[in-house]
Design a protein around this ligand. Structure first.
Ligand code: ATR
Length: 291
């Protein structure tokens, strides 16, 4: 008989809590990372019902897991059970990564650095002093706004259907950073001008996501400005209509796969105190873009 040695008495346990988790790529991402980094750890999904969230976190602490990710719908609710937060997590009011250090739970938000690392890597543009336009004002928008402000953009214009949600994000930015944030309702007549004035336009809404791929956060026909970078948090399809229209006009475009991969890489680096080599990140990116 062959002894199965994939999991040993010393294997570290990692995982993700959320609901639903059937579409999550995180188990594949982290287990591939452990294999290639030669680290003895396994990452498993924990699909948790809302009424069991408190017990689930108590259980993870009691079982002494090394760390875990938190995804929809618990990124905010989980904060109640965490001991200490990174500045980003505190500002955003959301945690997507928890590290357990001797029973103490530390909460981080790696969506912030995930966005920044992927944007820099893929666009080649330095964010300092730039004007950014954010379409949408949900969780992804919050994390990206904080990332942009930490990178020193001069202005963030947040455009959203529900203005109050845009205002909440603008308040976080204006009260805590040197960046100036302003808000517009999607149907505001100034929107086309705001869009044309940005150096970067970022879609954080679900408009254009599979299966509704005709959706777009910008009303076309629309003439972008030369040199603008378009970023879409959507990665399925790999090119949304928003990105395709930009590409047709000769703009640099970036999709959300890099943000997804880098938020995971950053979480792994936090849990394991390692630096994932650039070559491995490139290979992971290639493998996941072919999924
Ligand atoms: P995420 O966590 O991925 O950011 P979210 O928190 O649900 O997701 O946020 C979704 C964003 O997309 C919101 O800004 C939402 O607008 P509202 O704040 O007005 O709800 C935006 N959005 C989703 N569907 C939209 C639609 N059909 N038209 C315009 N905006 C839409």
């Amino acid at each position: 008989m062959r002894i199965i040695s994939g999991v040993t008495g010393k294997t570290k346990l990692l995982g993700v809590i959320g609901n639903p988790l059937s579409h999550s790529i995180s188990p594949q991402l982290h287990n591939t990372l452990s294999k290639h980094m030669n680290i003895d750890a396994v990452y498993v999904p924990f699909e948790v019902k809302k009424e069991n969230l408190s017990d689930a976190i108590k259980g993870l602490r009691a079982l002494n897991v090394a760390g875990f990710n938190v995804t929809i719908p618990y990124k905010n609710d989980v904060m109640e059970y965490i001991d200490e937060f990174s500045r980003e997590a505190e500002l955003i009011g959301a945690v997507n990564t928890v590290k357990n250090e001797n029973g103490k739970l530390y909460g981080y938000n790696t969506d912030v650095s995930g966005f920044v690392r992927s944007f820099k890597e893929e666009s080649g543009m330095d964010l300092k002093g730039k004007k950014a336009v954010l379409l949408g004002a949900g969780g992804a928008s919050r994390a990206i706004a904080v990332g942009l402000a930490f990178e020193g953009v001069s202005r963030i214009s947040i455009i959203n259907r529900t203005i109050s949600k845009a205002e909440q994000i603008a308040n976080i930015i204006n009260n805590n950073t040197l960046t100036v944030a302003e808000c517009f309702c999607t149907n505001d007549l100034k929107v086309p001008e705001v869009l044309r004035e940005g150096d970067i336009i970022i879609n954080t809404t679900s408009l254009g996501m599979f299966p509704d791929i005709e959706g777009t956060p910008v009303n076309f026909p629309f003439e972008f400005t030369k040199g603008q970078v378009l970023y879409d948090v959507i990665y399925n399809p790999a090119k949304t209509r928003f990105l395709m229209e930009g590409e047709k006009q000769g703009l640099k475009t970036v999709n959300g796969l890099g943000m997804l991969i880098y938020q995971g890489i950053q979480a792994y680096e936090i849990w394991m105190d390692v630096k994932v080599p650039e070559r491995l990140i490139k290979n992971l990116y290639r493998a996941f873009s072919e999924l």
